[in-house]
Design a binder for this molecule. Structure first.
Ligand SMILES: Cc1cc2nc3c(=O)[nH]c(=O)nc-3n(C[C@H](O)[C@H](O)[C@H](O)COP(=O)(O)OP(=O)(O)OC[C@H]3O[C@@H](n4cnc5c(N)ncnc54)[C@H](O)[C@@H]3O)c2cc1C
Length: 395
């Protein structure tokens, strides 16, 4: 839809959505001389409950971005370094292991509670220089042209902005208002997320075990606990959610195998239906899509927020290098800069789910060989490792 150009926009950049990605973008633009308006539908601190029991595995590249945002010292105390990743398949001997030492790094990434990083980023956005926040305020209509955007809010007010960053999540209202399609894939799986304690924890090791029903992952958490992400077909996940704690713990432990000894304690369970939603476009006139509004992925490879942070870093850099008079070029330049990484990361994640969820006997042997190959073929292993580190390929 087009809008009447306005000579004097109210703000330079409107960010719709103050989740992890939108708030990170606001922080990235702090003190850069722009007038930024962050619009979030939820009422803080009511945003906090969405920052649930999930842990976020931040890869090495994301750690660097969080450092550049000035937030690393504030989240570091709650972050547990991942120094090795162990990948295996239930019922087969093939396994692959990635270590920080092989990558020449101190850590492959860090696991940290979503609640902690969410609160930290939101507080930093509130303190960001040049950033105003409107919350709760839901955007209900958007018109956009090369001259700028007009946003209508639920209270009837309008905002005119030179550019719009849509960070409003997988169901992006901005995307729908601009009639941009998204590719949807229902995995017919749900991820159960909770905390566990185990008899023989291994400091710094993240485990991902593929089963025909879906992957089960155990990652180190602050303290002596671990976070568990257990992916199951939807009906099986519903059944598992209804199990008594001790039965759930026994079934999950049996699915994972004996590597960590007995599982001894269980936290609160939460269940997430798994859908892949990928916008067919990363930009529109005067509009850029970032984070889940651009690509909401299966959590199997822990790529979602990591990819969103790379969107943030790329967009913040473009906004700074382009003079305001040339900001109309930013959306196309942003899409050009982000397409390859977005497609590769979404494709990598999707093919991982497909490969390991498939029960065809021939494919089972192929993935067994694939896991062996990862350990045996240094080139292949390096490529997968650098994708997981967030660098796409080795620099
Ligand atoms: C089980 C699970 C485990 C995961 N683990 C990892 C991991 O280990 N590593 C990783 O990198 N990623 C992980 N992810 C993915 C990660 O959680 C998401 O990619 C990330 O939280 C997306 O953030 P976002 O800000 O883009 O979107 P959201 O968190 O969806 O935020 C969107 C915001 O926009 C607001 N909003 C929506 N509509 C409007 C409107 N009309 N007007 C104003 N505001 C609006 C919403 O209130 C919300 O605050 C995981 C996901 C799941 C489900």
């Amino acid at each position: 839809m087009s809008t009447t150009p306005r000579a004097t926009p109210d703000v330079d950049l409107a960010i719709v959505g103050g989740g992890l990605v939108g708030a990170s973008l606001a922080v990235a633009l702090s003190g850069k001389g722009f007038r930024v308006l962050l619009i979030e539908a939820a009422q803080p601190p009511a945003i906090a409950p969405q920052w649930d029991e999930r842990c976020i595995a931040l890869n090495a590249r994301s750690q660097h971005i969080v450092q550049q945002l000035g937030l690393w010292p504030r989240v570091q105390a709650e972050a547990v370094a991942i120094t090795a990743t162990h990948i295996s398949e239930r019922g087969r001997f093939g396994m692959a292991q990635f270590t920080a030492a092989e990558a020449g790094l101190e850590a492959l990434g860090h696991n940290l509670p979503l609640r902690h990083i969410g609160q930290t980023v939101w507080q930093a956005a509130q303190q960001a220089e040049g950033v105003q926040i409107r919350a709760p305020a839901a955007v209900t209509a958007v018109t956009a042209s090369d001259q700028g955007v007009e946003l209508r809010l639920a209270d009837g007010q309008t905002v005119h902005a030179r550019l719009l960053a849509a960070a409003d999540g997988a169901q992006s209202a901005v995307r729908r208002a601009l009639n941009i399609a998204a590719e949807l894939h229902d995995y017919r799986q749900s991820a159960i997320v909770t905390a566990i304690r185990v008899q023989r924890p291994r400091a710094g090791v993240a485990y991902e075990r593929f089963t025909p029903d879906g992957p089960i992952a155990v990652l180190p958490k602050p303290g002596d606990a671990c976070s568990l992400i257990w992916t199951l077909p939807t009906a099986a996940a519903e059944r598992a959610m209804a199990l008594a704690d001790e039965v759930f713990l026994a079934e999950a432990a049996a699915c994972f195998g004996g590597r960590l000894g007995q599982w001894t304690a269980l936290g609160r369970r939460q269940c997430y239906p798994l859908l892949r939603t990928v916008s067919t476009r990363l930009s529109a006139p005067s509009t850029m899509f970032v984070g889940n509004a651009a690509h909401a992925l299966h959590p199997v490879a822990a790529q979602g927020f990591n990819l969103g942070l790379r969107d943030v870093a790329a967009l913040a850099e473009l906004l700074q290098v382009c003079p305001l008079a040339q900001w109309a070029d930013v959306p196309a330049r942003y899409a050009a800069a982000r397409t390859q990484d977005a497609e590769r990361t979404a494709g990598f994640t999707h093919s991982l789910v497909g490969l390991f969820s498939n029960r065809w006997p021939g494919l089972a042997s192929a993935r067994h060989l694939g896991l062996l190959g990862l350990n045996l073929l240094p080139g292949l292993k390096r490529e997968v490792m650098w994708q997981n580190l967030g660098y796409g390929r080795q620099a």
